[in-house]
Design a protein around this ligand. Structure first.
Ligand code: NAP
Length: 274
């Protein structure tokens, strides 16, 4: 029987995961079936269990089910524990394993696809939700010169800095702690762009930046990216489409034992930033 995988979330119609994994499967010669499944409120565990009982091999998990998936997994990886969230599940002899590939996907997109080093650079991370939490350890593993986390609710940023402080220099606070011209990479891990909002950051944060990275994807030039480009036209601007493809490639490799190339997928799902 062909191995079955799926992505679970709500809403789910917009999900690019079936397209991405279909392209990966074709390119690597892996015979899989990949579906998308809508999860009604409170229905995550039952849907995941039914899928597993029917022989399903693994799941991708998107909003708002990542915390439910974390609770559902028998075992979780350090990256999932750090994020407090699971974005991929694998079903096997070892039970239900939970992983979180968002952070590693983000770092790989920045360093490999966009060719921007994190090592030795001054990083400003906006937001302290699940995506920022997941990015923390993969970022610190790159040994940036410094990492400053700014969040609308400063206490959440401060908590994150405390957790990550064993891994390097991390500072944190509200948006009023962002220093002018003090960052090489500025990463928007807030969900502000999903509603067309701009986090309260001023243009001078970008004065010396070489990259403005928006985790949201498929939104074109978001207010954050627009501000960054206006402030410093020479910087590279990117949205999270490469991160999406890279976290998917990590999950595919975890499930199938072969890591697909992402270039073709990124080209297929990129929406121009204009
Ligand atoms: P989350 O856990 O809900 O956290 C949301 C974060 O955004 C919090 O830090 C929140 O601040 C902040 N925020 C929300 N609205 C804001 C506003 N108007 N101004 C300033 N800050 C605001 O969300 P998440 O799961 O971390 O997702 C964050 C973003 O990453 C989303 O855009 C999501 O689509 C994107 N994402 C992309 C990928 C990918 O593969 N490309 C993967 C995962 C996530 P408070 O703490 O003060 O509430």
């Amino acid at each position: 029987m062909t191995d079955r995988y799926a992505v679970l979330g709500n809403p789910i119609d917009h999900s690019k995961s079936p397209l991405i994994h279909g392209m990966f499967a074709k390119a690597t010669g892996q015979g899989i079936v990949y579906e998308k499944i809508l999860v009604p409120e409170g229905g995550f565990t039952q849907i995941a269990e039914t899928f597993r009982a029917a022989g399903g091999k693994g799941l991708n998990i998107t909003a708002p089910c990542k915390l439910d998936a974390f609770a559902y997994a028998d075992t979780t990886s350090p990256s999932a524990q750090m994020a407090g969230a699971v974005n991929a599940l694998r079903f096997g002899a070892g039970g239900v394993e939970g992983e979180n590939f968002d952070g590693v996907g983000l770092v790989r997109d920045i360093t490999v696809n966009l060719g921007q080093a994190i090592t030795g650079k001054r990083v400003l991370l906006l937001g302290a939700g699940g995506a920022a939490r997941g990015a923390l350890l993969p970022f610190m593993a790159q040994r940036p010169a410094s990492l400053h986390i700014a969040n609308r609710t400063p206490a959440r940023a401060e908590e994150l800095a405390r957790i990550g402080s064993a891994h390097g220099t991390i500072s944190a606070g509200g948006y009023d702690t962002i220093a002018a011209g003090a960052y090489d990479l500025v990463v928007n891990a807030t969900s502000a762009s999903l509603t067309g909002a701009l986090p309260p950051i001023s243009a001078d944060a970008f004065t010396h930046a070489t990259l403005a990275y928006e985790l949201a994807y498929g939104k074109g030039l978001t207010p954050f990216l627009r501000l960054a480009r206006q402030a410093r036209p020479a910087l590279a601007a990117a949205d999270g489409v490469g991160m999406l493809a890279e976290q998917a490639a990590e999950a595919f490799a975890w499930w199938r034992g072969v890591r697909p190339d992402t270039a073709e997928v990124i080209a297929a799902i990129t929406i121009p930033l204009n």
